[in-house]
Design a protein around this ligand. Structure first.
Ligand SMILES: [Zn+2]
Ligand SMILES: [Zn+2]
Length: 133
């Protein structure tokens, strides 16, 4: 479909279509070609990602490797990042029975007792107190 040095009218007469239609088809072909090239370039170079790296984690001191996004650099290794996230999620509560400080995950319901045993003990104490009164 590509003729070198041929005018749009000449191609149109040969293919029995209008000059505008020929222009449209050629534009579409060119667009597809450039689009494919762009896709291939993107796939090979990954403009949103940096190249593979090797780095030493400042927290655990282990060497780790991978690819990272340009707008959010990975400064810690995968394990330490998860640990950091987990720590950010954990909050502390104090057991009503034994008074010991414990941790719980933020998205869960805040617990009142550290264990079932503590809950039972607390209920027992309450019973005794009530019976005394
Ligand atoms: Zn680490
Ligand atoms: Zn307790």
């Amino acid at each position: 479909m590509f003729y070198k040095g041929a005018t749009l009218e000449k191609i149109g007469k040969e293919q029995q279509i209008t000059r505008e239609r020929v222009r449209q088809i050629l534009n579409q072909l060119l667009f597809n070609e450039t689009y494919q090239k762009q896709l291939l370039y993107n796939r090979r170079n990954r403009p949103h990602k940096t190249r593979a790296y090797k780095r030493i984690c400042p927290v655990c001191g282990k060497e780790y490797s991978g690819r990272e996004y340009i707008n959010k650099p990975m400064l810690l290794c995968k394990k330490c990042r998860w640990e950091k996230r987990r720590l950010a999620r954990t909050k502390t509560y104090i057991c009503q029975n034994c008074g010991v400080e414990k941790t719980y995950l933020d998205y869960k319901r805040k617990p009142v007792f550290c264990s079932r045993k503590c809950h039972g003990q607390w209920l027992y104490k309450m019973k005794i107190n009530k019976s005394i009164e």
